[in-house]
Design a protein around this ligand. Structure first.
Ligand SMILES: CCCCCC/C=C/CC(=O)SCCNC(=O)CCNC(=O)[C@H](O)C(C)(C)COP(=O)(O)OP(=O)(O)OC[C@H]1O[C@@H](n2cnc3c(N)ncnc32)[C@H](O)[C@@H]1OP(=O)(O)O
Length: 302
């Protein structure tokens, strides 16, 4: 964890993301539409598309999984893409957005924890912890351009960024709705919520499983700007410029000062948190309610 200009304080070797790659296509590089030099080359994988702009030092990272549910593969590909950008000194910021219509991120991929064995659930949860740790402590500026629904794990991905811009569409609700599924947000999701909107608002929202429409999300402080849908990207870029106007080392050390204690809490209890998650989700009663919820989602589609 060097602390200097170009600081990299994110714990890099928390887990070896490459070891998680199972038949993904990460690492492919393709020229962006219109061609161009290195700065215009996209890279990415099946589930994450990265459009880097070397001139501005900003990369746009697009999620492109079905409903952007956080499958093990998506988590792994996100960690690897993030690491790749962090290790390239050209880049100072990432705009995270969705390539999937109407959904920014549907949260945990429930098929990863429904009808799976404990070992799989543990592997999955470790990958979730890993992504959160890396995003929450990233030395880069992360701006979430939220162009769709953003429940539960999707909300946590957005809250791990430094700044959030939400499209003004009443269907694009954001929040931690775990209690409505009969599950409990783990302490580090709760901590992230409290750090963003404060204790009392979190206490209410977490117990009620509130999903906030844009105006309410802005009011409670879950997002920083609500703008018409066609202005989400441009507003995210303007926000990025504001954050990048600050010298990197001062901003990075300040970010670390604000977030490290929260991340350390998970780092200290990572194994216990994994065991707790696995024993909870593998209970028969929880499996039944997750199964019923998934079924409801599938039927709703028709
Ligand atoms: C100690 C215990 C600790 C426990 C901690 C657990 C932490 C949990 C955090 C979570 O993230 S739990 C997941 C919560 N997520 C949700 O409740 C979102 C559910 N999805 C939706 O509400 C909607 O899908 C949407 C995101 C608003 C999108 O709506 P849209 O109408 O555009 O799409 P659908 O037709 O509903 O869905 C399309 C397709 O995707 C499947 N799907 C949606 N969400 C998930 C998901 N989270 N996991 C798995 N699959 C999902 C849905 O079933 C459809 O599938 P199909 O096969 O195409 O029919």
């Amino acid at each position: 964890m060097a602390l200097a200009s170009g600081v990299r304080f994110a714990p890099r070797a928390l887990l070896r993301p490459w070891a998680l790659l199972r038949g993904t296509t990460l690492g492919r590089t393709e020229p962006a539409a219109g061609g161009g030099g290195d700065g215009a080359r996209r890279f990415g994988s099946q589930r994450v598309l990265v459009e880097p702009d070397a001139a501005s030092g900003v990369a746009v990272m697009k999620l492109r999984n079905p409903s952007n549910a956080l499958s093990l593969e998506l988590l792994t590909e996100l960690v690897i893409s993030l690491e790749k950008l962090e290790n390239d000194k050209t880049f100072r910021g990432i705009i995270l957005t969705s390539d999937c219509p109407r959904v920014f991120c549907a949260g945990l991929d429930l098929t990863e924890i429904c009808g799976r064995n404990p070992a799989h659930c543990a592997e999955y949860w470790k990958a979730m912890q890993e992504l959160w740790l890396r995003m929450y402590l990233s030395s880069l500026v992360l701006v979430a351009a939220i162009n769709g629904a953003c429940p539960a794990g999707g909300c946590i991905i957005a809250l791990s960024c430094d700044c959030r811009v939400l499209a003004d569409n009443p269907k694009y609700r954001i929040g931690l709705n775990e209690t409505l599924l009969g599950i409990i947000a783990p302490f580090w999701l709760k901590d992230t919520y409290v750090n963003t909107i404060g204790h009392r608002a979190s206490e209410q929202a977490l117990q009620l499983g509130s999903l906030f429409p844009p105006a309410e999300a802005l009011q409670v402080g879950l997002v920083d700007q609500v703008v018409p849908e066609d202005q989400v990207q441009s507003t995210a870029l303007s926000e990025m410029a504001r954050w990048l106007a600050v010298p990197d080392h001062a901003r990075q050390l300040t970010k670390n000062m604000m977030r490290k204690a929260t991340a350390d809490r998970l780092l200290r209890q990572r194994d216990a948190d994994t065991q707790n998650f696995v024993s909870f989700v593998c209970r028969d009663s929880i499996q039944k309610s997750l199964q019923a919820y998934l079924e409801k989602l599938r039927q709703r589609k028709g």
